[in-house]
Design a protein around this ligand. Sequence first.
Ligand SMILES: Nc1nc2c(ncn2[C@@H]2O[C@H](COP(=O)(O)OP(=O)(O)OP(=O)(O)O)[C@@H](O)[C@H]2O)c(=O)[nH]1
Ligand SMILES: [Mg+2]
Length: 463
Amino acid sequence: MARSFNQLCKEMLSEWLGERKRFKLLFESANELNVPHEFHRRCDKKGPTVSIFSSDKNLFGGYTAASWEAKPSPGSKSDRSAFVFKLYDQGSFDPRKYDTDDHNSSIYCHPLYGPTFGGGDSASARRDIETKCERRPLSRQDAIMRIKTDLGQTYNRQRKHRKEDLMTHNLIPTRFQVYQVLEDKEYTCMSSPWTTISHTNERIKEDIVACRLSPDPIKILLVSRRDAGQSSYIHSVRSAFRGYVTSTLCSKGATESRTSKWKEHQVTSGRDRTVLNFRLCESPGLEAPIHIPRVADSSGLIATTFKQMKKLYSFAQEVMDYYAKSSHLQRMQGIVFVIDCNDIDDLPRDIKREFDQRKEIANKHKIPQTVLLTKIDTVCSVVDQDLSQIFHSSKIADLVGKTAELMGLPRSHIFPVKNYVQEMELEKDVDRLTLFSLRQMLRFIQDRQCDSVQSPGLPEDIV
Ligand SMILES: Nc1nc2c(ncn2[C@@H]2O[C@H](COP(=O)(O)OP(=O)(O)OP(=O)(O)O)[C@@H](O)[C@H]2O)c(=O)[nH]1
Ligand SMILES: [Mg+2]
């Protein structure tokens, strides 16, 4: 499981770059076969970019303000602001930035190379980070991407950081992503809010406590991409009901805090710890699969048979997977898609497909669906400073609209939230968004149950 370019990494890069930035995903090596071609098609002439290389325990990369190019002849480009960096080392967050005094060969552009930093003009030069396409010796078609690091050629030349290595083993599967680095100044304040929450926190809490739709607890399934903030949301709900910020289910950047299996959480309210009549069912974060290049096949016949068997196997797996999801979902009364609002423009196709599959099952069984749009404090600096301004932010309004379109749900089913992350005391506005999103989901479930009860005996599709 590769380390992800999470919020902590983004914040560190913004700090190194001297101001808050947005990161727009341009390219992900996991999805494409002809990597250098696709990389240049999507990333050339895009201005400042950051390239992120990740394996299961390490995450490193390079920043350049110079645009990438697939030059017909190889060429170094000079960029005074370029740097390479390390963020995770052997699973631990250990940020380090490596600058250089030699700006002449900051990046290397070539049609057969992916993002490459340092080295010089010669094709045989040693580079700090090199992503190169190499053909397999016995194959006509197969090409693999080799990612090599050799820090100290252009960056860290003074060896300020001694004995540094970005990639501890060259054969570890490493994938890379390229993000465009954009200014984060899109906020405009709307004079009238785009929506309002009129009830007080206490009133919303009362509604949730009073919600006893059935003798058995209502089960709400949470589904998300990894690191989207599922655990933090459950932590925020618990805190709001307990009356203090409870011990957290997650911690920044820690691998052990990752949700790795299904968990059902009950929530208690007040001093007498009344157990509320719903369960939040946390699921492991979804992850886009890593593409590991195919090994060359020596015989055409073996290759074809192998391909067909693989296809059949993956088809059988997909069918089994679909039925497993379906039977699990049918035990739920509601489903919440938790999405990091930084992902809305670039949600990977594999994650979207997973969401769509669950949506299809939920639609079939008329299971209400909502979306929690997390980390809204990270996309709008005014909201970050004053959460009560959320409904005056055109940026958040725009994100809610985009999410509704992406997920095929009404805008009223999309709830922007800010989770408790480093706060030690409860905050009224954090609780308000958290409680409101939960009450609305419970109301949608209630509506669904009432609708079904009012139409006894009617065939399913007429109800
Ligand atoms: N700034 C900010 N950070 C958040 C918010 N919600 C979560 N985070 C951070 O995002 C990271 C991931 O949060 P988690 O709650 O562990 O996410 P998750 O979906 O449970 O992650 P996995 O279990 O690993 O799939 C943590 O570092 C959180 O502190 C938020 O609303 N704002
Ligand atoms: Mg989690």
